[in-house]
Design a binder for this molecule. Structure first.
Ligand code: UTP
Length: 408
């Protein structure tokens, strides 16, 4: 993109200020800034002016989860179905590791965090070990797709290579980078993080499927005959990945997506809960859950919205292709964004100072026809690491790992 074209694009979106330091930049820096301006979707930024409308929900009603008792009764049959499709090479796993992990506060990608105490045990290592259990059970390697972002790609790829993919077969590990989105102040003006760089952050975990496509991996998935993609977060060190029983249950129930859920430990626990929204499967975030919904009961007197999602979903790949045409909803999220102030000084704010623009994987559920909420025992499969201490932290995850017999 030439300087003239950049000016034109910026003028259209009221972002001309990002060229403020252009005259001070080297030739190389200028080119990189122009490239960034070209690549940035500025049309989304006006969304900050109607944030509330973006996430308005329809009519919420309960959606029944498949609970532990039923799962136990059918475990053998579900597992047999799941193992069969894994052995046919029809299952892939997608690790979402493009996030910034700001709450954990480590400079490295979250998966590189060492949760060990007397020995090294990295988050990536825990996840790969869990997946390896299934590889051994099925006697079949499962393609593992790892989503990174511009911010953490090199470190992630180098770390996994250096550690020999923790025993995973290299040709079954595929990386792809997610796209970035600009971050703005409260008026929607893009921040600069440097004189020649727009402030950007990964565009949310909902971009995983289109990023796979843009990186050519969807062709690979189709050529391999992969029909199911198990998408999971980097931070839950206890989760079971490509779990044959979960896969078998989703298939036997004729659902196009399965969602692992845990029974909530309190009505106001901070997890998104499964529900129906205008008759379609959906997830209502904890901050959207009204008192009325929180206290609602089903016909058996049980809490009607009692199953929280843990970011472990099994998607039928064909359904996602069909969905590509409709645009994912955008979430405008208030965050702390490092920026250059008017005097050109770098500021690392202690309080939120603007918005990031993200799409979320949970919004994909609402676009699909049928979803199976599949209960898992929280003490055995849910140990998320969001913070260093307290709730959902390194501390709590260590205790859960130990309770499950993992040596730290
Ligand atoms: P979180 O919502 O916990 O965000 O991500 P985060 O960036 O890891 O952490 P904080 O909020 O900055 O502390 C849930 C999952 O989605 C992935 C994360 O890597 C994690 O596995 N994710 C999140 C992405 O892959 N890309 C994103 O843009 C955001």
């Amino acid at each position: 993109m030439t300087l003239e074209q950049a000016r034109e694009k910026l003028a259209k979106y009221g972002q001309g200020h990002v060229l403020k330091y252009y005259g001070e930049l080297s030739q190389k820096e200028r080119q990189s800034l122009l490239d960034q301006i070209e690549a940035t979707d500025m049309s989304i930024l006006e969304a900050c002016r109607h944030r509330e409308e973006l996430t308005r929900k329809g009519k919420i009603t309960p959606l029944k989860a498949m609970q532990l008792q039923e799962i136990e009764a059918c475990r053998e049959s579900f597992t047999a179905t799941g193992l069969e499709v894994i052995r046919q090479g029809k299952v892939g796993a997608v690790l979402l590791a493009g996030g910034m992990g700001t709450r954990l506060g480590s400079d490295d990608p979250k998966g590189m965090y060492n949760v060990g105490i007397t020995k090294e045990l990295y988050i990536f290592q825990c996840l790969i070990h869990n997946l390896m259990d299934v590889v051994r059970q099925a006697e079949k390697w499962i393609h593992l797709f790892v989503m990174t972002s511009e911010k953490n790609h090199d470190a992630t790829a180098a770390f996994l290579k250096e550690h020999g993919y923790f025993g995973y077969k290299e040709e079954f590990v595929h990386f792809f980078k997610q796209e970035m989105a600009a971050a703005t102040d409260y008026q929607g003006r893009i921040y600069l993080e440097d004189k020649g760089r727009l402030s950007t952050s990964p565009n949310g975990n909902g971009g995983w499927f289109s990023s796979m496509k843009n990186n050519g991996l969807l062709d690979f998935v189709q050529k391999q005959g992969i029909e199911w993609l198990n998408v999971f977060a980097v931070d839950n060190v206890l989760q079971r990945i490509a779990d044959p029983c979960f896969i078998g249950a989703t298939i036997q129930k004729n659902c196009v997506v399965g969602a692992k859920v845990v029974r909530k430990n309190a009505p106001d626990e901070k997890v998104g809960v499964m529900c129906l929204e205008d008759g379609r499967p959906s997830i209502v975030e904890y901050y959207e859950l009204t008192r009325e919904l929180m206290n609602a009961r089903d016909e058996n007197g049980e809490p009607a919205y009692n199953f929280g999602v843990i970011l472990n979903y099994l998607f039928h790949e064909k359904e996602l292709e069909n969905m590509m045409t409709s645009r994912m909803p955008l979430h405008v999220v208030e965050k702390k964004i490092p920026y250059l102030n008017d005097a050109g000084e770098f500021v690392n704010p202690q309080e939120p100072n603007g918005y990031k623009y993200e799409s979320l994987v949970l919004d994909m559920i609402h676009q699909l026809e049928s979803c199976l909420p599949f209960e898992v025992e929280r003490n055995r499969e849910f140990a998320p690491i969001k913070n260093r201490t307290g709730v959902d932290s390194v501390e709590s995850a260590r205790a859960l790992l130990q309770a499950n017999g993992v040596e730290l």
